[in-house]
Design a protein around this ligand. Structure first.
Ligand code: SAM
Length: 252
């Protein structure tokens, strides 16, 4: 993972967001006075403004210090050094290995949508598994879960995280092409333009009546994802917004 820090101008960053994702950013995070962009591979950022790459040790240390347990639906997401005595189902993840610690609004909303779907006994596909958090949660809820990610390092981290949590969902390197129909539920935390591209594949992979919850979508890009999902034959089920992020639900 490589982390780039942009100082200052958030309006400027808004206009960069699609480009950063096109360049392969796995996530963006606003911190006081700066924005952190996470990339699985090192990239040359062809952007004006004041960018610097953080040395691995620096961002890992800051990340660890800032990290706190997060609850989402029936789950609490913990780092290995956290203690928790509440009734929630614990998901323990080694942070810093891949995107998806439960701290991002989109991950939390997806976890809650997953739990509300009562996925026990269903086939669940997680597109863009990252740390494996959603796949692991689905397996804990009794689903037959498959997580796919184009980042080989994320797949290795996801397998390790699943082992740590005592579940055995399947993970495959790749994207929608490495999954097979019929799936009952698709979870995908990507970004609007990629959902638009993948919408026909989601439709092909889902059984009739199957459902998809997609997130990673910035509110001002929502129409891009939504129009493509409708064009692929999906019927809207619901929508949630937290901050600038939305989660969109559909039935095939
Ligand atoms: N599912 C986790 C969560 O909800 O926190 C991680 C989501 S993270 C925002 C997006 C992940 O999608 C990254 O790990 C990235 O490598 C992966 N990804 C990006 N493009 C992809 C594609 N076309 N197919 C599958 N995975 C992709």
């Amino acid at each position: 993972m490589h982390v780039f820090v942009l100082k200052g101008d958030f309006e400027l960053l808004d206009s960069y967001t699609p480009l950063l994702f096109e360049l392969g950013a796995g996530g963006l995070e606003e911190k006081p006075g700066e924005v952190w962009a996470y990339f699985p591979e090192r990239v040359e950022l062809p952007l004006p403004g004041s960018w610097r790459e953080l040395p691995d040790d620096d961002w890992l240390e800051v990340w660890k210090r800032d990290l706190h347990p997060v609850t989402a639906g029936p789950f609490v997401v913990l780092a290995p050094w956290h203690e928790w005595s509440g009734p929630e189902t614990k998901i323990v993840l080694e942070p810093g290995m891949a995107f998806g610690t439960g701290h991002h609004e989109t991950t939390r909303m997806a976890l809650e949508a997953l739990a509300a779907e009562r996925p026990a006994g269903k086939r669940v596909l997680d597109v863009g598994a990252g740390s494996g958090i959603l796949t692991i949660a689905a397996a804990m809820l009794g689903a037959t879960a498959l997580g796919v990610d184009i980042d080989q390092q994320a797949i290795a981290a996801a397998r390790e995280n699943a082992r740590r949590n005592g579940v055995e969902p399947e993970f495959r390197a790749g994207s929608v092409e490495v999954a097979a129909p019929p799936q009952d539920l698709i979870l995908a935390n990507l970004y609007a333009e990629l959902h638009a591209e993948l919408a026909p594949a989601y439709a092909r992979l889902l059984a009739p009546g199957g459902r998809a919850w997609i997130t990673g979508v910035l509110a001002d890009r929502e129409n891009v994802a939504d129009a493509a999902m409708r064009a692929a034959g999906f019927v809207p089920l619901g929508r949630r917004r937290e901050g600038e992020w939305v989660l969109l639900g559909y039935r095939r």
